[in-house]
Design a protein around this ligand. Structure first.
Ligand SMILES: Cc1cc2nc3c(=O)[nH]c(=O)nc-3n(C[C@H](O)[C@H](O)[C@H](O)COP(=O)(O)OP(=O)(O)OC[C@H]3O[C@@H](n4cnc5c(N)ncnc54)[C@H](O)[C@@H]3O)c2cc1C
Ligand SMILES: NC(=O)c1ccc[n+]([C@@H]2O[C@H](COP(=O)([O-])OP(=O)(O)OC[C@H]3O[C@@H](n4cnc5c(N)ncnc54)[C@H](O)[C@@H]3O)[C@@H](O)[C@H]2O)c1
Length: 468
């Protein structure tokens, strides 16, 4: 049951202006709530200003360089080696795009009647938030309900402090004007893999320090293997099964001490060792909001915390740290608290993409769930290299994999490793969320020739004849 059924025009305070917060604000104001959004930095949050938008814009430039440099392989005759990356220009463009997008969202929120308060929020009671505004004043906001969407901050190692000159976290990277000659990336999660891929494609030498056996722990192992092979072919030096013990400055670069012994030197270092939730200074313990040992806010499937009038969404909750998930959780929270029909959040339907070259997109059931016996599936894989359009485009790496539920034939998951896998995954995502059968995919027209033809072909291979 919703908490606000009997309030005619409920008031909602939203803390955090990232996708978890701003999406919820738009839905709540559309349904007539009186919405105040508090943000201490910029509207759009880290997603727009420092994380998703800047990194994907950098990657767009890196991927364009890859395609230009690969053009002689298609029969175009020019000196592809002379394509130089103007990092200063790339960074100026991506920061401009991020700031314009932030401004677009701010305008949309204001046009929808959302009141924006710039400042740092803290709960002083369950229904009272105190905001220290930019000019040092304190504003007190009382509301019927609240949504916390405060995101996360890069994790730091005591022995490797980012200085924004040679040692960086992912938010500081965009101040570099000259392309690093040798970038050492510490951490082989999604952030580390994406930046390693991008900087190598822009022209840097890249060393990736991975504490794990394989890249991208937790992701589809076949996809991680494709990326390892690509890294090996393109010269990204991966040092596995060793942690960075410390990172220090040398006279003209950095030195990374490794736990397995030895060290690696480079000109710059990126620390991509995960994030910690922004929940420490919100006053949540005092008002009874339960947290996990890692400092994330505990929520249920409709984003409600242990206090029924307070909801939480996004990276501060520790569920799949994705902008799309934050936005979905925020929408679910607002729909629930306003008494609308809500489909509870299901991680088994989330689609995500790793923006390396090639991209790695996944949806639904994972290889790990299959391996642990959580799901009984049939699966089929077809390499991209066999696709006619891929041959025309000189695409050699990647594959399409589909998982269908054994017995019923419904599509429950899939993986696509290909250029623009982020776009190609949509039919599989639709199939998973709408419980489509492999035959539905198989019988749907695709374009000839197209990369999506392989999606339909994999589905055809999973067709089972009726036994009479
Ligand atoms: C390098 C990188 C690339 C990524 N790329 C992708 C991608 O391609 N696709 C994808 O889906 N996800 C991506 N992610 C993940 C994505 O950035 C996060 O999942 C997303 O930002 C979460 O949104 P959010 O609303 O929870 O938090 P955020 O976007 O972090 O926003 C939270 C906001 O809350 C504000 N805030 C915090 N505390 C307070 C307070 N006390 N008072 C007022 N305001 C406060 C912060 O200033 C911040 O603006 C990436 C992450 C990283 C690190
Ligand atoms: N394209 C996208 O959607 C996208 C892009 C980037 C990040 N994200 C999301 O953000 C979240 C965080 O990802 P992330 O990659 O920043 O963090 P992560 O926690 O997933 O990975 C960090 C990695 O660093 C390793 N590590 C920690 N300390 C180390 C050390 N001293 N030396 C070497 N390795 C060390 C960890 O073992 C881990 O594998 C993820 O949930 C991810 O999905 C999404």
């Amino acid at each position: 049951m919703s908490t606000l059924e009997i309030v005619p025009r409920p008031s909602i305070t939203i803390v955090g202006g990232g996708p978890g917060g701003y999406e919820a604000a738009l839905v709540a104001s559309k349904f007539g709530a009186d919405v105040t959004l508090v943000e201490r930095n910029g509207i759009g949050g880290s997603a727009v200003l420092t994380d998703v938008v800047p990194s994907k814009t950098l990657i767009a430039a890196a991927d364009s360089r890859r395609r230009v440099m690969g053009a002689p392989g298609l029969g175009l005759d020019f000196d592809a080696k002379s394509v130089r990356s103007d990092l200063e220009g790339i960074n100026q463009r991506l920061l401009r795009l991020a700031s314009e997008q932030s401004e677009d969202i701010r305008r949309r929120l204001q046009a929808n009647g959302v009141r924006i308060v710039v400042g740092e929020a803290k709960f002083v009671e369950r229904n009272v938030v105190e905001v220290v505004t930019m000019d040092g004043k304190t504003e007190t906001i009382t509301s019927d309900a609240a949504l916390i969407a405060t995101g996360a901050t890069p994790r730091e190692l005591d022995s490797a402090k980012p200085d924004g000159e040679r040692i960086f976290n992912w938010k500081q990277l965009y101040s570099i004007d000259e392309l690093p000659e040798h970038l050492v990336v510490v951490g082989s999660g999604v952030t580390g893999a994406e930046f390693a891929s991008a900087y190598q494609l822009l022209g840097s030498n890249v060393t990736l320090v991975s504490s794990r056996e394989t890249l991208l722990p937790g992701e589809d192992p076949d996809a991680a293997q494709v990326l390892e092979d690509v890294f090996s072919e393109t010269g990204v030096n991966v040092i596995s099964r060793t942690r960075a013990e410390s990172v220090t400055r040398t006279r003209d670069g950095v030195r990374v001490e490794l736990s397995a012994g030895g060290y690696v030197e480079g000109t710059h270092c990126l620390l991509a060792v995960g994030g910690i939730p922004n929940t420490a200074d919100l006053g949540l313990e005092d008002i009874g909001v339960e947290m996990t040992p890692s400092g994330h806010i505990k929520i249920d499937a409709v984003s409600r915390t242990s206090v029924s009038s307070i909801y939480a969404a996004g990276d501060c909750t520790g569920r799949l740290a994705l902008a799309s998930v934050a936005a979905m959780q925020g929408r679910i929270a607002v729909n629930h608290l306003l008494g609308d029909i809500v489909k509870p959040f299901s991680s088994n339907q989330v689609a995500s993409n790793i923006f390396t070259s090639p991209e790695i997109a996944t949806v639904g059931v994972t290889a790990e769930m299959v391996a642990t016996g959580e799901y009984q599936v049939d699966q089929h894989v077809i390499p991209m290299a066999s696709n006619p359009r891929a041959k025309m485009m000189n695409v050699e790496d990647g594959f399409v994999k589909i998982f269908s539920r054994r017995g019923s034939g419904h599509v429950v998951g899939g993986v696509i490793v290909a250029p623009r896998a982020s776009d190609l995954i949509y039919p599989l995502s639709l199939a998973v969320s709408q419980k489509l059968h492999v035959d539905d995919l198989a019988e749907t027209f695709t374009i000839y020739p197209s990369l999506s033809g392989t999606v339909a072909e994999v589905a055809r291979q999973l067709h089972r004849r009726e036994e009479f």
